[in-house]
Design a protein around this ligand. Structure first.
Ligand SMILES: [Zn+2]
Length: 274
């Protein structure tokens, strides 16, 4: 009898409380890891949930994204892993780093990777001072990328710290978002965080587990990772992440080959143009 009661209580918990907790925790941002000083630190969603894939009629799609590169050490290795696995990913580059690593950017481009701006300077104080300051930085980054790749495509962008970061003034962020929308530039956040941006060192096992455990809750996953200099664990975790997602039936896509149906789902899930 006791056992039956326990099962009943457990069922009530699962049916009513878990979905409620998921809603409450969705997109809870951790400001403790955010600072204006360190460009490697991003605002990251602590817990993210959405339409669970079992209930979905859509095929499972994953967008692997890498911010803050290119770096001399990690970006070529990441590219090598992606190429070996025949997987395409999206890279949101920092313009001033791209200028110093033109060959790496060319290799990303010629391998069919998707390349967009993540700002020229990645300095929050500068770019989020005003809408005008942001536009100047955004244009500078786009120029650097198009000068290297020869392609002028500015359809997507990832804002440093995400589109609702708490570092900049709400008014400025609102102006920036409106500017991007009115210029048909889609700003893309994420719903799966590898948490590799945390100030302390994260093990490759943790990064792998973070990605795998969060992807399960979505039929479209946009995974936030970093290919900057210090992110060795991300490089180490990547082969296992790809292996798991392949075996679990995910299709890998980039923002170059996305479609309107998936874009609409990303808008609905508040991953895009939030
Ligand atoms: Zn960044």
């Amino acid at each position: 009898m006791k056992e039956k009661n326990f099962i009943l209580i457990e069922m009530i918990f699962l049916v009513f409380l878990v979905p409620f907790m998921m809603q409450v925790n969705a997109y809870a941002y951790d400001e403790s890891v955010t600072t204006n000083k360190n460009p490697e630190k991003e605002l990251i969603p602590q817990k993210v949930y959405g339409d669970v894939s079992e209930n979905s009629t859509h095929k499972k799609v994953v967008y692997l994204t890498f911010d803050d590169g290119p770096s001399k050490n990690n970006t070529p290795e990441i590219l090598d892993i992606l190429n070996k696995n025949n997987v395409k990913a999206s890279f949101f580059l920092i313009g001033k780093k791209a200028e110093l690593n033109k060959d790496i950017v060319k290799n990303l481009y010629s391998s069919g990777m998707c390349i967009f701006s993540h700002s020229y300077s990645h300095e929050y104080e500068k770019i989020y001072k005003s809408k005008e300051a942001y536009i100047e930085d955004f244009s500078a980054c786009n120029s650097v990328i198009s000068n290297i790749t020869g392609e002028k495509s500015y359809d997507f962008v990832r804002l440093p710290g995400g589109s609702y970061n708490k570092v900049s003034k709400d008014m400025v962020m609102n102006d920036i978002r409106q500017y991007l929308k009115s210029n048909n530039v889609k700003y893309i956040d994420w719903n799966v965080s590898s948490a590799d941006a945390t100030p302390y060192k994260v093990s490759s096992d943790t990064i792998r587990d973070n990605v795998i455990s969060q992807c399960k809750y979505w039929d479209v996953s946009v995974v936030l990772m970093h290919d900057s200099e210090g992110k060795r664990s991300t490089v180490e975790a990547l082969p296992e992440i790809i292996k798991y997602l392949k075996e679990d039936g995910y299709t890998f896509k980039t923002f170059k080959d996305t479609d309107s149906e998936e874009i609409n789902r990303m808008i609905k899930y508040k991953i895009l143009n939030r």
